[in-house]
Design a protein around this ligand. Structure first.
Ligand SMILES: O=C(O)CCC(=O)C(=O)O
Length: 315
């Protein structure tokens, strides 16, 4: 199995050769994989550690007991195969919005120091998402002096939010997924992964196996962030870049942390393929808010069927 690409973003600040090599590597990663690691990404290691500490503490203080007392957890202990409906995910999560409005203040359980670290982490993560959005625009030939950075312009004003997740140790991982297979609705997703427990898997199509092969992402090494591309970048790129199906396996090994920051179009942003030649295969122009509403009922379904339906419903 090929290795998941690792892009050293330091190369973007190098001389012309180094910059073009880095841009080419990023283009191949977006085109051939749809997911990749980045290093020297500008998000401080100390902040990543602060955020992880907060997520563990918050889980232990506020979520763990509730999770194991939930119907899903209680039923799973006594379940036999087929009992679990297949519509439940073995995850304890909460979501904080950062842009256009920061909703962190309405979470009473975040201590001031943690909120400070979270704000700083998110500011750096947004800068990283914007950098990647601009590189993607350039690599797709969509970044011109006249048009500016096409992906960022299409998303404006962007919606940015973070899903904080813990995947608790699961006594019966054969019965349930941590999170069922899906693609992400939005744009660019930046993941702070657990550095000890894996579970995230991406379906790589075109890498050799017929129906694709599930590639385990594994724990983070060396302070890397993990990146994947969502449906809107696939639409804008006219399929040059793909939003890839992924899932999280439940495991007995121990709780797994993940912090996923979504850099998405705002609800009123109008999305369409930027290249006319392939426009026929993709929906658009449509309002992202309309796409998202449809996505919510079809998240775990087939992406291509969703694109077709959205084209019919909204344009
Ligand atoms: O937990 C992860 O690593 C991935 C989470 C994810 O795919 C999602 O929340 O959409």
């Amino acid at each position: 199995m090929d290795q998941i690409p690792v892009i050293d973003l330091k190369g973007l600040a190098g001389d012309d050769d180094e910059r073009s090599r880095t841009m080419a590597k990023l283009h191949e990663a977006c085109r051939d994989w749809g997911f990749f690691w980045v290093e020297n990404h500008g998000v401080e290691a100390a902040l990543m550690e602060d955020v992880k500490r907060f997520v563990y503490a918050h889980y232990e203080d506020h979520l763990e007991k509730k999770f194991y007392a939930s119907d899903l957890a209680k039923n799973l202990n006594h379940a036999i195969a087929g009992d679990v409906s297949g519509e439940a995910d073995w995850e304890a999560t909460y979501f904080i919005q950062h842009r256009p409005k920061n909703t962190a203040a309405s979470f009473p359980d975040i201590p001031a120091a943690a909120r400070h670290a979270l704000d700083a982490y998110i500011a750096q993560t947004i800068s990283l998402a914007e950098l990647l959005a601009d590189c993607i625009s350039l690599n797709l030939g969509l970044h011109t002096a006249a048009a500016g950075a096409a992906v960022r312009e299409a998303f404006a004003p962007p919606f940015v939010g973070t899903k904080f997740a813990m995947y608790p140790a699961c006594p019966r991982p054969e019965l349930v997924w941590g999170l069922r297979a899906h693609t992400d609705a939005g744009g660019i997703i930046l993941l702070l992964q657990d550095d000890a427990v894996g579970g995230l898997e991406f379906l790589r199509v075109g890498g050799g196996g017929d129906g694709g092969e599930w590639v385990p992402v594994g724990p983070t090494k060396g302070g890397r962030m993990f990146v994947n591309i969502g449906d809107q970048v696939e639409v804008i790129s006219g399929g040059a870049y793909r939003s890839v199906v992924h899932r999280v396996a439940a495991g007995t090994e121990g709780r797994r942390l993940s912090v996923a920051t979504f850099y998405n179009p705002g609800p009123d942003a109008v999305i369409s393929p930027a290249t006319a030649t392939v426009a026929a295969e993709y929906p658009g122009p449509y309002r992202y808010g309309d796409y998202l509403e449809y996505y919510q009922g079809t998240k775990f379904g087939d992406k291509d069927a969703r694109f077709k339906a959205v084209k019919k419903l909204f344009g």
